[in-house]
Design a protein around this ligand. Sequence first.
Ligand code: ATP
Ligand code: MG
Length: 255
Amino acid sequence: MNLNEIERTLRQLRLSGIAATLNTRVLQAQSSQQPFLETLAALLQDELDQRRTRLTQRRLKHSRLDEQPSLADFDWRFNPKLPRQACFELHALKFIAEGANALLVGKPGTGKSHVAKAVAYQATLQGLAVRYVEADTEFAQYALCSAAEQAALLRAYVEPDLLVLDDLFLARRIPEAAAELLQTVVHQRYKRRRSIVVTSNRVVQDWGKYLGDATMATTILDRLMHRAAMLEFEGKSYRLKEAAARLLTSPAPDA
Ligand SMILES: Nc1ncnc2c1ncn2[C@@H]1O[C@H](COP(=O)(O)OP(=O)(O)OP(=O)(O)O)[C@@H](O)[C@H]1O
Ligand SMILES: [Mg+2]
């Protein structure tokens, strides 16, 4: 077999990680008279590395995370009262193994979504199945879906190890079908001991109003809070700080 044929065979054997680096590894081996076993080991490592990367990419795609913020780029000095230790505790992901939830509530622009996404991203890197949901938008769309689409969405919300419901009740009221969905998702995940992270800038006392049903709100909160960390985000909006910085750096308008 020549190199091309070997490459084709490797792809047939689904060893595309080796196929991708074969040429380079052969040149490397020839240039330094590398022992065969060392070359083979490098090729096997290439295959493993590629598989791991692809798996992470697939998990990230399934998670629907729109960005991958990290706690490393979070400025803890900006709002010193934020529950920093609790955020890192979430980031350690033990709550997922315990089937616990987390509620991140508080003022707009204080970093709730940032922290929730950082936790979700960390979970995908650790090999967990994650589903990130922009709650208001997706729940409103759910109400318009066919029965089959709704069933598929429900599965997508119940199956993963971690579900993130971001910016819940941003638009205050949610459609009746969406409220029922929320109740079902919370109930099903509670039964299976699967974690939910919720972020909201609405105090939980008002959830009944937004759901249009106080009993439903109690049912949902009861299950969410049973095993849950409650993180309060008090402070100033980082968005305003960024907007102010943009104003200061933009050129002054002509007089
Ligand atoms: N302390 C911080 N350090 C660095 N970036 C921050 C900090 N707080 C917020 N941000 C950034 O500011 C923007 C707004 O934060 P984020 O979306 O997390 O706020 P939020 O609490 O979810 O607000 P809302 O209640 O309106 O949804 C994001 O781009 C986020 O990365
Ligand atoms: Mg948010």
